[in-house]
Design a protein around this ligand. Sequence first.
Ligand code: ADE
Length: 418
Amino acid sequence: MNYDIKDIKLAKRGSLRIEWAARSMPVLGLIKERFSKEKPLKGLKVACCLHVTTETAVLADVLKSGGADVYICASNPLSTQDDVAAALVKELKVGVFAIKGEDTKTYYRHIKAALAVKPDITMDDGADLVSSIHQRPPSIHANIIGGTEETTTGVIRLRALALEGKLRYPIIAVNDAMTKHLFDNRYGTGQSTLDGVIRSTNKLIAGANVVVSGYGWCGKGVAMRAKGMGAKVTVVEVDPLRALEATMDGFYASTIKEAAPKGDIFITVTGDINVIRKEHFQIMKDGAIVANSGHFNVEIDIPGLVKIAKSKRATRDFVDEYTLRNGRKIYILGEGRLINLAAAEGHPASVMDMSFANQAFSAEYMAKNYRRLKKQVYTVPEDIDKNIARLKLKSMGIRIDVLTPEQKKYLTSWEMGT
Ligand code: ADE
């Protein structure tokens, strides 16, 4: 089996950590049981471009139990957990192409290696795999019946591709499932982003001025968790409805220009480019900390910062100090890459349980239904979404009521008033 990882000797440690994650992923455990019997992915090659974490390893195990051959390349150069990559290769016989800290050239070489297996299904997080496929001759996707996409940024890219009429095969937008974004984006990004900031800086959040750029589901989670830890939180948001929502959720809404001189810690989660720029760095306080938790490292204009800095040095793991010509120091975390996966371990397993249950069910759905799907971006079927919520509640020992026949009728009738 072909692979490219840091060190196979790390496998034992990786296996123990994967076992730990699996304990918090009961929905995937149930899917694995059924997949082992029914083999819905038998004979299919699944190429995944995902963060190589313990949670991804649990998903890979489920896909293998369903009969698939699984190959994984990293969806970010800094998010790979090298011990997990080793365990995936050694214990689970998954072809992994990922090394933490790989440079851009190696990152794309690894994507190419995953594509070289001639996959039947692609599983993307950020759409780099699909984008690479679409920049190559059609022969590269000869076998592909469909794909899935994990994240907001990826879904945006794929919808743009579909709108131009250029999408070459159907894709299911896992991100858009309720059991994905309501929980993973909000509670997963919320907790793991603060975790990444804290692990890399050991700064006290209580009393700090935290500026969160973006108030989508991820931004909401980050703002909520920072507030919960005692920060004074400002939200920067371009959408008037979201800015209003942030205000009524109890945050200060502001422009980045107004927030720049006040913030102690800045966190970008917009999915857009250059949201913190040179002119904002110029007016920040000495010691300001700037991190990103959006998918790509484009939200903080680091090349712009380099231009106004007279020196740069690494001061701690995942902390780069830039000294500006005005004498102030700005600290960039994790090279502007998503800090929750660069400096921490990403979302906790219990929330990835639902996201990756959507991935497993969607791969099965694609295998069964691809013949009747068009070259479009599809949402996860509602019955799959609801089923995942039911299974998760059950695993938590939570029961919910069902409507009485009278209540059901009431909800579909118009005659009855007060
Ligand atoms: N994205 C965010 N957190 C993750 C995790 N723990 N594993 C895989 N992908 C993730």
